[in-house]
Design a protein around this ligand. Structure first.
Ligand SMILES: Cc1cc2nc3c(=O)[nH]c(=O)nc-3n(C[C@H](O)[C@H](O)[C@H](O)COP(=O)(O)OP(=O)(O)OC[C@H]3O[C@@H](n4cnc5c(N)ncnc54)[C@H](O)[C@@H]3O)c2cc1C
Length: 448
């Protein structure tokens, strides 16, 4: 007989929490998970999944135009946002159902309530019920940062963008990260006039510079507008419900929708961490060791709330490793080296390993190989857009230490190539692989 109500109490049924719950349960633990909103978390409900479906929907704007060059008689097509929105939201409902089934079939008790920590082994639910657990796992994710300026309440975050009544005629996006650039591409293709405003002069910090520059050049050519080094001052709502975004310098920008995409902060506010001595860093991220254990021995944390790498596959791995470690008698850590990532911009970009600048800093001498080409499909479609692939190689060992690309299907190609980079293959081994022709990916084995 256990002294506790549960062996494991998980707070947050998102990517990390669901994986940890079901694996711990499969290891024989008695598990409950509390979720204050919807099962599936950010990725499924208001992140990766609905975002990617919008990316697919948006791409038809160009595809339908290009189809004419490929001989198809395409009448003038109109886009109906409510149809796409409702179909996407219906798919999100379907996926949430699957996640609930998974928890159910693994015998995990789902508690649809907000939970807060009241002690090292106790949690309080929104309905007042208090439960005890041998271990608590915090998997509460992250939350969009809303700048503290006058009128900020008139802006939206990515959470609301999936539910718009209509596409905005003019969209202003504050931020320069992947979410900002993805929404810029999506809504530009839907016909919105998009202006992306960034407080520094650098977009997509952390990605390879040449690839970022290429996205910037393509986006500008398409008509997405940019304003750099802009300090937000205030937002004014006009009588006709339109907005005017003011900056400390420069002209204000009028718009119909203002999106804040200026980062995501660990979701730790009001969680009661102080009741169990769980420490956070300056950004509010929960401090953990390599096994995701917090400063309180019985409490662990995984996913965005720890701000290690804010990506779904990483949260899932951390949740899995935690469950194996604590309930599977198999201590496991997560390897953060060579984690591939993508920006589903238009066109998309993707990368793995060191950028050219990082490699030069770390290794000294590096060799860089690039292929700057116009994909065959773009040529026939009459599109000027060029793809760019870059391989960064350690000059001493010939090992490929980084791969970065922008162009059609870059994330799909990069995922496969990331295996080779992770495995530490050399440039020679890439060259020894025969090209698969005709493909864009063949550029990777033909780099000179
Ligand atoms: C627009 C957008 C696009 C994204 N696109 C990608 C992408 O393409 N690829 C990628 O890898 N990642 C992407 N991400 C990031 C990805 O969604 C996160 O990294 C991932 O969801 C983190 O998982 P998690 O388990 O840490 O938290 P989450 O999935 O956020 O789950 C946390 C859950 O905890 C719940 N919760 C919070 N507090 C409490 C409480 N006190 N009590 C009960 N429940 C609580 C929340 O409601 C939420 O359901 C995207 C994110 C956004 C916002």
């Amino acid at each position: 007989m256990s002294d506790y109500d549960f062996d494991l109490f998980v707070i947050g049924a998102g990517s990390g929490g669901v994986r940890a719950s079901r694996v711990a349960s499969a290891h024989g633990a008695k598990v409950a998970v509390a979720e204050e909103y919807r099962v599936g978390g950010t990725c499924v409900i208001r992140g990766c999944v609905p975002k990617k479906l919008l990316v697919y929907g948006a791409h038809f704007a160009g595809d339908l135009k290009d189809a004419r060059r490929f001989g198809w008689k395409v009448p003038d097509c109109a886009f109906e946002w409510p149809v796409l929105r409702d179909n996407v939201l219906a798919d999100v409902d379907r996926l949430e159902g699957l996640y609930k089934n998974t928890l159910d079939s693994h015998g995990v008790e789902l508690i649809p309530e907000r939970a807060t920590i009241t002690g090292p082994h106790s949690v309080k639910l929104a309905n007042g019920r208090e439960v005890s657990a041998r271990h608590v796992l915090i998997a509460t994710g992250a939350w969009p940062v809303v700048p503290e300026v006058e009128g900020a309440e008139h802006g939206l975050t990515s959470n609301e963008m999936f539910h718009l009544d209509e596409t905005p005629r003019r969209l202003v996006i504050i931020g320069g990260g992947y979410i900002a650039n993805e929404f810029a591409g999506i809504f530009h293709q839907f016909g919105s006039q998009v202006t992306l405003v960034n407080r520094s002069s650098t977009l997509l910090r952390g990605y390879d510079e040449s690839i970022r520059d290429r996205l910037m050049q393509i986006s500008t050519t398409k008509g997405i507008q940019f304003r750099f080094n802009a300090q937000l001052d205030r937002i004014v709502k006009n009588e006709d419900d339109t907005l005017c975004v003011h900056f400390s310098e420069g002209d204000p920008i009028p718009c119909d929708v203002l999106l804040f995409a200026a980062g995501r902060r660990p979701h730790t506010g009001g969680l009661g961490l102080e009741n169990a001595g769980v420490e956070v860093d300056g950004k509010g991220a929960i401090k953990v060791d390599e096994y995701s254990r917090t400063s309180c021995e019985s409490i662990y944390a995984v996913g965005d709330v720890t701000d290690r790498l804010q990506l779904t596959p990483v949260a899932i791995r951390e949740g899995h490793a935690f469950a194996d470690t604590v309930f599977g008698d198999n201590p496991r850590t997560v390897d953060y080296d060579c984690v591939p990532s993508a920006v589903f911009s238009d066109p998309p970009m993707a990368g793995v390993g060191l950028t050219e600048a990082q490699a030069k800093n770390k290794l000294g001498t590096v060799k860089v190989y690039t292929s700057d080409f116009r994909p065959m499909k773009n040529v026939l479609a009459g599109r000027e857009e060029r793809a760019l692939y870059k391989m960064v190689v350690d000059a001493t060992t010939d090992c490929v230490v980084g791969l970065h690309m922008i162009g059609p299907d870059a994330p799909e190609i990069l995922q496969a190539a990331a295996i080779a980079v992770k495995a530490g293959l050399t440039k020679q081994q890439f060259d020894d692989t025969v090209a698969l022709h005709p493909s864009m990916a063949e550029e990777l084995v033909l780099l000179k």
